[in-house]
Design a protein around this ligand. Structure first.
Ligand SMILES: Cc1cc2nc3c(=O)[nH]c(=O)nc-3n(C[C@H](O)[C@H](O)[C@H](O)COP(=O)(O)OP(=O)(O)OC[C@H]3O[C@@H](n4cnc5c(N)ncnc54)[C@H](O)[C@@H]3O)c2cc1C
Length: 308
């Protein structure tokens, strides 16, 4: 919206340039969705040419989406590039001072939006402010039944699950394998943790956590996605449908499932519901910046107020 009000030039180019750092699931999904949103928005801004928005995905390794195998990963890169995006593999962001992005491959440009999705880390409170045992990544070490352990001894009455726990992955069939930090594991571990606490209080044996991955699925924007389960790969629209279907089923309670599904159906019928969040936070800004209202001055009558 701001770019459309400017003449072509460096400021407008900067506003239309997006950088996402990190080619993991969060980075690629966020990047694909932003690209799809920007493409949809262009229909409402004929002042902006289709060649103007620039999308850069920066990834330090030679491939994106580490959870899928090489060929589907390469397909995702090609499909993003076909949509006009630039994917910088084997490249790190060196600096982004003042919005000036410098990449290790020598590329330099101004970017109005920078999204950082390069990795997650253990919660510092646990490893800095508790004496509970943690591994080299700072994650709580637990046995397969989710009791916290030093490796040799169980810590009495301490349990952990989810992203901040280093849980043995018994389904992986490899010694030392740990479950990856995703909701697929976290939700199941949470349920087992509750059952195991109850079992231990009642003097019954606890159960080990074992879960075989149901596959990985990512969206790449509206109507596009990728799914992989072992050697089975589904691309494009069917993968996107599977993503939506799986996630709506994963939402807790039928009330929530129905609400979310209803919003999706409305969007299917009437298209994207595009609202400027900036206008919601600062509704007066457009008037103030155009000189129609001075900062701090209220409109004459409440009826004059505009709603987004
Ligand atoms: C952008 C994004 C997309 C993702 N997409 C997927 C996906 O499609 N599929 C999938 O399986 N997984 C996905 N994940 C991963 C998934 O969200 C996590 O694995 C899951 O949420 C982990 O659950 P958790 O309960 O262990 O931790 P969290 O969901 O992080 O919950 C921890 C909670 O503890 C709170 N907390 C932290 N410190 C304290 C404190 N000191 N006191 C009190 N409360 C505290 C936090 O505020 C938070 O609410 C995604 C993650 C991200 C970031």
């Amino acid at each position: 919206d701001r770019a459309a009000g400017l003449q072509r030039g460096p400021e407008r180019t900067k506003l239309l340039t997006v950088t996402v750092v990190g080619g993991g699931f969060s980075g690629v999904e966020g990047f694909g969705e932003l690209l799809a949103l920007a493409t949809a928005l262009l229909k409402q801004y004929p002042e902006i040419g289709p060649d103007e928005p620039a999308f850069h995905l920066v990834e330090a390794r030679d491939r994106i989406l580490p959870e899928v195998t090489d060929r589907p990963g390469a397909w995702v890169v090609r499909s993003l590039e076909k949509r006009g995006a630039r994917v910088h593999l084997n490249t790190q962001m060196v600096s982004a001072e003042g919005g000036r992005v410098r990449l290790s491959d020598g590329t330099e440009y101004d970017s109005g939006l920078l999204v950082w999705t390069a990795g997650n880390a253990a919660n510092p409170i646990v490893h800095n402010h508790s004496d509970l045992p943690v591994d080299e990544r700072g994650l709580l070490t637990v046995r397969a039944d989710l009791r916290v352990t030093t490796g040799t001894e169980v810590v009495p009455d301490a349990w952990a699950a989810g992203d901040d726990a280093s849980v043995p992955d018994l389904a992986a069939g490899r010694a030392g394998a740990r479950t990856v930090p995703n909701a697929q594991h976290a939700v199941r571990q949470g349920k087992l943790l509750a059952k195991n606490i109850l079992a231990s209080l009642r003097g019954r044996p606890t159960k080990d956590y074992v879960h075989r991955s149901l596959g990985v699925v990512a969206t790449l924007g509206l109507g596009r996605g990728i799914f992989q389960y072992r050697r089975l790969v589904v691309k494009g629209f069917p993968a996107w449908l599977m993503h939506r279907g799986y996630h709506v089923l994963a939402i807790p309670s039928w009330e929530r499932k129905t609400r979310v599904f209803a919003v999706w159906v409305t969007a299917l019928l009437y298209g994207r519901d595009i609202v400027s969040l900036a206008s919601v936070q600062h509704p007066r800004e457009a008037f103030v910046s155009r000189g129609e209202l001075r900062g701090g001055e209220e409109p004459a009558q409440s009826g004059d107020r505009l709603t987004a």
